[in-house]
Design a protein around this ligand. Structure first.
Ligand code: HEM
Length: 375
């Protein structure tokens, strides 16, 4: 449409322009995040206790809440996940990156997804939270239990299985929380157990939900930053050369990777009041999806938006969202890319696409590589 707002037959509104996306994300009372229980195509069988448990815990996480509930939950977690706290996580990120990359021989063909990018964020956050090493690989399977049911294309048995995975994650986390209550350490779970603000604390279910959110929110997204970012350098050899000749460009290169190819493509909201976006009337009860890709490629905000330019300044992309739900893990995601990409490219300067091309999962809101062979 001419004004960057599309209405689908389902009644959903799609919002594509930068100014509209930014405006909408900053109006949480009109565009509500309480979208969990009635997410598009949500089915939950109330007679199944695992599904009930899933909704009870995941439905209450701050990502799906509006003020004042959101304000309270975010207040209780923000100090443990502040930029300063994140910079202390550098050691963990460096150690985990080294642990993974040391396992590869030069010129060995690896799958950048399964052998590297899919493991790194999950291990880093497990390390920070204090999840025992032996349990880490299970999180990768469980984490889909959080995101898949929110994807309207995930239905039927696949959906039920994903919800059961989510319930298994909750059960695991309840035990982890109990063990830290009785024997606290210096890990993030222990900090969250004791986090207090004005005499207020997280309840058991809120803790499990918060930890699950931290565990899964950064997995597929950061994985996509690492794989998508590498692929962008493959696709733009001049930019890769420029980065090799001037390593100080890594920060602006990461911002450009984030802008050009946002891991989160759509953010959904449910409308609580009628509101006009770009001249189109939208109505209370309607579902709206904002396009982060659209915003980040809006020519009103970015010169030559379809050009991948690692020196781009300024680069105020909306990849981490905007407003009260602005990504809590943005400093960690940036840190992971800042450590992992130079290490990967530095150790394997001849890194190039493998024999078969990349494959992506057909998902609606989070774009996920399934496979990216490199050698
Ligand atoms: C929220 C993107 C990595 C934790 C968000 C939102 C976006 C986003 C767009 C806002 C969603 C909304 O408004 O509904 C990303 C991207 C990442 C990334 C692109 C990687 C490149 C991480 C990491 C963590 C994390 C590593 C934590 C370990 C969260 C949390 C929220 C959130 C807890 C909810 C904040 C709230 O509701 O107040 N993220 N994220 N994210 N993200 Fe991230």
């Amino acid at each position: 449409s001419a004004n960057g707002v599309h209405l689908l037959e389902t009644g959903w509104g799609l919002v594509l322009r930068y100014d509209d996306v930014a405006d909408l994300l900053r109006r949480p009372t009109i565009f509500s995040s309480e979208r969990f229980a009635d997410s598009p195509g949500a089915i939950h069988d109330a007679s199944d206790p695992l599904q009930r448990r899933y909704v009870e815990v995941f439905g209450e996480v701050m990502l799906f809440q509006d003020p004042p509930v959101h304000t309270r939950l975010r207040g209780l977690v923000k100090r443990t996940f502040s930029p300063t706290a994140t910079s202390r996580m550098r050691e963990a990120v460096e150690r985990v990156t080294d642990e993974i990359l040391s396992g590869f021989a030069p010129d060995q063909e690896i799958d950048l997804v399964t052998d590297f990018a899919d493991i790194l964020p999950a291990w880093v956050i497990s390390d920070i939270l204090g999840v025992p090493m032996a349990d880490r690989s299970r999180f990768r399977d469980w984490s889909t239990g959080f995101s898949a049911p929110l994807d309207p294309t995930c239905q039927g048995d696949e959906r039920t299985a994903a919800i059961h995975d989510g319930a298994a994650l909750i059960e695991y986390l309840e035990e982890l929380i109990e063990s830290r209550r009785s024997a606290p350490g210096d890990d993030l779970v222990s900090l969250l157990v004791s986090a207090e603000e004005e005499g207020d604390r997280l309840t058991g279910d809120e803790l499990a939900g918060m930890i699950a959110l931290l565990l899964v929110a950064g997995n597929e997204t950061t994985m996509n930053l690492l794989t998508g970012g590498t692929q962008l350098l493959f696709d733009h050899p001049d930019q890769r050369e420029l980065l090799a000749s001037d390593p100080a460009l890594i920060d602006s290169a990461i911002e450009e990777m984030l802008r050009f190819d946002p891991p989160f493509r759509w953010i959904g909201r449910v409308m609580r009041e009628d509101y006009e976006v770009g001249g189109t009337a939208l109505h209370a009860g309607q579902w709206v999806f904002v396009s982060l890709t659209g915003a980040n490629r809006d020519p009103r905000h970015f010169d030559d938006p379809d050009r991948f330019d690692i020196t781009r300044q300024p680069n105020r992309h909306l990849t981490f969202g905007s407003g009260i739900h602005y990504c809590l893990g943005a400093p960690l995601a940036r840190l992971e890319a800042r450590v992992a990409l130079p290490q990967l490219l530095g150790r394997f300067p001849n890194l190039r696409p493998g024999a078969s091309g990349p494959r992506c999962q057909p998902q609606f809101s989070v774009r996920a590589y399934e496979s990216l062979p490199v050698r």
